[in-house]
Ligand binder design. Structure first.
Ligand SMILES: C[S@@+](CC[C@H](N)C(=O)[O-])C[C@H]1O[C@@H](n2cnc3c(N)ncnc32)[C@H](O)[C@@H]1O
Length: 222
C-alpha cells in the first residue's frame, strides 16, 4: 500500500515512520509513505497557504489552490483521498479495515482554523475525525490512520492471531492479559490462566471480554 501525506509539517512524521512496527513495515516495503510539504505549492514569494475567512471571523483558513495542486501532483485514479477533520465521521476499527483494503491513500492534514470547504466538497472522498476533540493540526490524526491501517496489512504484525482477538475486532473489548511473575506485590494472576486447561482459559477470556465490554462500553453489545 502507498500513502501520500499532504502537510505543512513533514518533519512531524519522520521519527514515527522509522520506529518500531511502522518502521519495520516501511523498511520491508509493505507500506510506502511519502510525506509532501504543502508549502511547495504555496502562493507568491512567501509560499502562502492560508488567508482570512470570507464573512469575517478569527483565524486563518487554508486556501484551496495549494491543497488541490498538492493532491493532483500525486493522485492516481485509484487513490482514496481523506481529509482529517474534527467534523469528520469518527474513526473506528471498521473504517481502518476499509481503508486498509485500498492500494493508495492520500491524507490531507489541516492547520489553522481549518480548510476551505471546497476541499471537502470536491477533492476529498471522505472526512475523518479521530475523536470528539480539537487538535492543532491533522498530522497526529494522519499518523493514527497510518499506524492503524498498517498493522492490518499482511506481514506487518508478527503474529496475525493478535488481530483476531484484540479490542474492536470482534465487537468486544479485549480480556485482561497477564505475564510473569504469577504473583507481583501480592497480586496474583487469575488461577485459571495457570491451569493449563485451554478450554477453561478460552471460556474465561470470553466471559471477561463480555464483562469488561458490558461495564465500559455497553453500546458495543447492542
Ligand atoms: C484547529 S483544527 C480546526 C478546527 C475547526 N475550526 C473546527 O472547529 O472543526 C485544525 C486542523 O486540525 C485537524 N484536526 C483537529 N482535530 C481533529 C480531529 N479530532 N480529528 C481529525 N483532525 C483533526 C484538522 O485537519 C483541522 O483542519
Amino acid at each position: 500500500m502507498r500513502i501520500d501525506v499532504i502537510t505543512l509539517f513533514p518533519e512531524l512524521f519522520a521519527a514515527h515512520l522509522r520506529t518500531s512496527l511502522l518502521g519495520r513495515a516501511v523498511a520491508a516495503g509493505v507500506i510506502e509513505v511519502e510525506v509532501h510539504d504543502l508549502r511547495a505549492h504555496g502562493l507568491g514569494a512567501h509560499r502562502s497557504v492560508d488567508d482570512t475567512t470570507y464573512g469575517g471571523g478569527a483565524g486563518m483558513v487554508m486556501r484551496p489552490k495549494p491543497i488541490f495542486e498538492a493532491v493532483e501532483a500525486v493522485a492516481e485514479p485509484e487513490a482514496h483521498v481523506v481529509l482529517l477533520s474534527a467534523r469528520g465521521a469518527r474513526l473506528h476499527q471498521r473504517a481502518l479495515e476499509r481503508l486498509a483494503s485500498r492500494s493508495r491513500l492520500i491524507l490531507i492534514c489541516g492547520r489553522y482554523e481549518g480548510v476551505d470547504e471546497r476541499v471537502a466538497l470536491h477533492l476529498a472522498d471522505e472526512e475523518l475525525s479521530i475523536g470528539d476533540y480539537v487538535l492543532a493540526g491533522g498530522e497526529l490524526p494522519a499518523l493514527v490512520v497510518i499506524e492503524g491501517v498498517s498493522r492490518l496489512l499482511r506481514g506487518v504484525l508478527g503474529n496475525a492471531d493478535s488481530l483476531g482477538l484484540e479490542s474492536h475486532s470482534g465487537g468486544l473489548l479485549e480480556y485482561p492479559q497477564y505475564t510473569r511473575p504469577a504473583v507481583y506485590r501480592g497480586w496474583a494472576v487469575p488461577e485459571v490462566l495457570l491451569s493449563g486447561d485451554h478450554g477453561a482459559v478460552e471460556r474465561w477470556r470470553v466471559e471477561e471480554a463480555e464483562r469488561i465490554t458490558r461495564l465500559r462500553r455497553p453500546d458495543l453489545l447492542e
